[in-house]
Ligand binder design. Sequence first.
Ligand SMILES: Cc1ncc(COP(=O)(O)O)c(C=O)c1O
Length: 382
Amino acid sequence: MIYFDNGSTSHPKAPGVADAVRDIIERGCFNINRGGYSGAYEVSELVYNTREKVARLFDCHSGREVAFTGGVTLALNIALKGVLRPGDRVVTTRMEHNAVLRPLAQLKARGVIVDTARCFPDGTLDLADMDAKITARTKLVVMTHASNVCGAILPIREVGAICRERGARLLVDCAQTAGVLQVSTRRDNIDILAFSCHKGLLATQGLGGLVLSRELAAEMVPLVAGGTGSYSTSGDMPSELPDRLEAGTLNLPAIAALSAALDYIEETGVETIYAREMSLLKRLTDSVSAIPNVQIAGPSNLTDKIAVAALDCSGIDNAAVAARLDEDFKIMTRCGLHCAPDAHRVLGTFPRGVVRCSLGYFNTEAEIDLFALALKQIREGR
Ligand SMILES: Cc1ncc(COP(=O)(O)O)c(C=O)c1O
């Protein structure tokens, strides 16, 4: 079995993750902020330490600026619906996932004005158009750090600098880049960073989060209200982070998983992970380029990408190629539109989609070589 769908969720998870989940369940998954007993204090310490590790990864001021959510989709909804009110203006890009596009469509129906910056046919951002679209009236810019369809990296730092200059806020969807590319909320001028834990962070599903300042969180309307184990007599959500955005019981097994995964990522180094994945992508790109009638959508320069290859086989159905890879060769890729229809329009692959190979740190050269052989065989009609 060869797994090339790490953009959807990573497999395998980081060493130590499975043990961490088992360990917390066996020792007692006690609720933090709610129980005045020793087991609950131990779990509080785990959650505190994990927030600090997230803060180190994304270079923010402290773990108090990290709010956990049930995933990055929820995190993006909390951020967008918390910040934007009717009449506000938001700018986005054409490479966004439906986790951004659909909440924006809901907000548009409520009177938020949505503008979209152009992208080039290789999926990279037209920065001049983004620059022209961000005005003094723009409240928020929301953009993905890298396309989940073709791997194109978008220039968040440059957009962040424009936002600072014009007084707009920047929300970055790091679903595809957390744990793979260095991200610094301070250096990159990010006001709100949304992350997923089950992709590049090599932990489990059911957890994501936001990194943002206390001041900004206090201005936001919390999308979800409920118990926090603090200020219980008040009818309002607390103004402090993380409580303001963390109503209800946290997913503690997933936090234990994240803690173990972040230890592994810290030890290994994000640069090492990216370099390894890109050397695998180069091998895949070189072998696929030698196969006639297979195009790779997205940036041609590997330095503009994360380790995703969007393969388009002319003359045959890409979905049929993905199905044969799975059935005859046990190679798992993902076909279709990858929840990002507009990105496919930009790349010229709408509505047929592409065969997406999203590589992970644990893939091997031998797997790439087997994939290339399998694709060649399918392409030759064998
Ligand atoms: C760029 C991007 N944003 C958001 C998401 C949503 O992630 P999830 O379904 O884990 O919430 C994905 C998932 O692939 C993604 O690639």
